[in-house]
Design a protein around this ligand. Structure first.
Ligand code: ADP
Length: 438
């Protein structure tokens, strides 16, 4: 460190005083001052040259200079050394970070606010086909061109990951997730989930094959049972046969729902979409629900938006909405009011089924859409439930880009709401015969 920056001023003033004193003694102050200043400047000029020469040379050790120049050079040397040490530490951190991210099996890509690629690891080259140097600063949207990725990327809501096949091979399934950071930069991580997908497919095809295989024996058994039940048989045998028929019926329902679920799970999105005539579909469901209710006298109301239709797959949507309405009939007491609604807001289309039945305790609600989850096992079985109904509803709604929301209060009733995005809603510009609210 420079010991005292003012020391040099003191020396200079002392030197001037000595020069003036000596000049006065020899009777020529001006000459003496000139000589002194010339010597002083020459000395510092030499020191400056030595300092500059060391600074521009590659020599690490500083020259051994006297006085303030020694302090100056040493201070500079220390600062330079600590700067170099810091630089080395930072470089080692960056190297370690790059090594660790290169060792990652997941593709990691950093995209800037202009959607251009800034950095990626080597897994990104293998999984996404990014080319080192060539693709730097290119727009990610030009490199990953799948419209579903582009939609996901632009939506800027990344709570849910996106599954897509890799741009370089159909055999690789990737799960993309994006995190926003800084001022709108994005960190994209793509994970290879091909193995998991394969196992999932094996499981799905097992369930689907097993369900298929069960169908034929069940049909045969039911055929025989129906024939036996038409006969005059002793009462205990009759009771046994009736129970067997009920259970066969239940198993058929299970097989049907399991097949439906495994079909829904086999693809993530609906491919054959068209306007479904939601008005007629809900009217048919209401009619069937009234038959199911029978003497229980449920009051079922239908409230319809008359100018919009829902776009989707009508079999799936029929199955989902009928599950909700039939549940409302099965799990509420006689005379309960049930409202089926189709409404369209600025941002979505909504189908809801609301009842003022006994409601569901809050701790059951998050688990209702799990497979085979039932609140009251015996009641559900008695009413012909398979425990797969709400799971089917959830899958159908998700396949249509939507979301199922469940609200319920004990003693007040429940509402099951299917929210569909606006791109699944169309306006019935020239509907031939507008349906009417029932
Ligand atoms: P299940 O095929 O047994 O009906 P679901 O998945 O359709 O199975 O429903 C799960 C459970 O949710 C049912 O067992 C039932 O207890 C409960 N539930 C569904 N809808 C209603 C409703 N509207 N009111 C009260 N409970 C309901």
């Amino acid at each position: 460190m420079i010991k005292s920056p003012y020391r040099i001023l003191t020396y200079f003033l002392l030197l001037l005083l000595v020069a003036i004193g000596t000049g006065w003694l020899i009777d020529d102050i001006a000459w003496m001052l000139t000589v002194t200043l010339l010597c002083w400047s020459s000395y510092h000029l030499v020191m400056l040259v030595l300092t500059l020469r060391w600074m521009s040379s590659k020599k690490a050790d500083p020259p051994d200079l006297p006085g303030i120049w020694g302090d100056l050079v040493y201070t500079f040397y220390r600062k330079q050394k600590s700067h170099r040490d810091r630089e080395a530490a930072l470089t080692s951190i960056i190297n370690r970070y790059q090594q660790s991210s290169a060792a990652l099996k997941d593709a990691v890509v950093i995209v800037n606010t202009q959607d251009r690629l800034e950095w990626w690891n080597s897994a990104a080259e293998e999984l996404l086909g990014l080319k080192p140097l060539i693709d730097r600063s290119k727009s990610i949207l030009n490199l990953l061109r799948d419209p579903r990725f582009i939609r996901y990327y632009k939506r800027r809501q990344y709570q849910e990951p996106l599954e897509l096949t890799s741009p370089i091979s159909d055999q690789i399934t990737l799960q993309y997730s994006i995190t926003l950071f800084g001022e709108g930069d994005r960190l994209l991580v793509a994970r290879d989930i091909s193995r998991m997908k394969q196992l999932e497919q094996v499981r799905q095809s097992f369930v689907s094959n097993a369900s298929h295989e069960l169908r034929t024996p069940l049909t045969v058994m039911r055929g025989y049972l129906e024939t036996f039940l038409d006969q005059e048989l002793p009462k205990p045998i009759m009771r046994g046969l009736q129970q067997m028929e009920q259970q066969t019926h239940r198993m058929e329902g299970l097989v049907r729902d399991m097949l439906m679920l495994s079909r829904l799970e086999s693809t993530r999105h609906v491919t054959d979409e068209y306007p479904v005539d939601i008005h007629q579909l809900l009217k048919d469901i209401k009619r069937d629900a009234l038959i199911l209710s029978g003497d229980k006298g449920h009051q079922i109301e239908l409230t319809l938006d008359l100018v919009h239709d829902l776009v989707g797959q009508d079999n799936e949507l029929h199955s989902a909405f009928s599950n909700l309405v039939f549940n409302a009939v099965r799990y509420t007491p006689a005379g309960t009011r049930i409202i089926i609604r189709w409404q369209v807001t600025n941002s979505e289309g909504i189908v809801s089924v609301e009842d003022n039945g006994q409601g569901i305790e809050s701790h059951h609600i998050p688990r209702l859409t799990e497979r085979f989850y039932r609140i009251d096992e015996s009641r559900s079985t008695e009413s012909g439930g398979t425990g797969l109904g709400l799971s089917i509803v959830k899958h159908v709604v998700i396949r249509h880009g939507g979301q199922l929301k469940i609200h319920s209060r004990v003693g007040q009733g429940s509402s099951f709401t299917c929210h569909f995005p606006k791109d699944h809603v169309i306006r019935l510009e020239n509907h031939p015969s507008p349906p009417h609210n029932d």
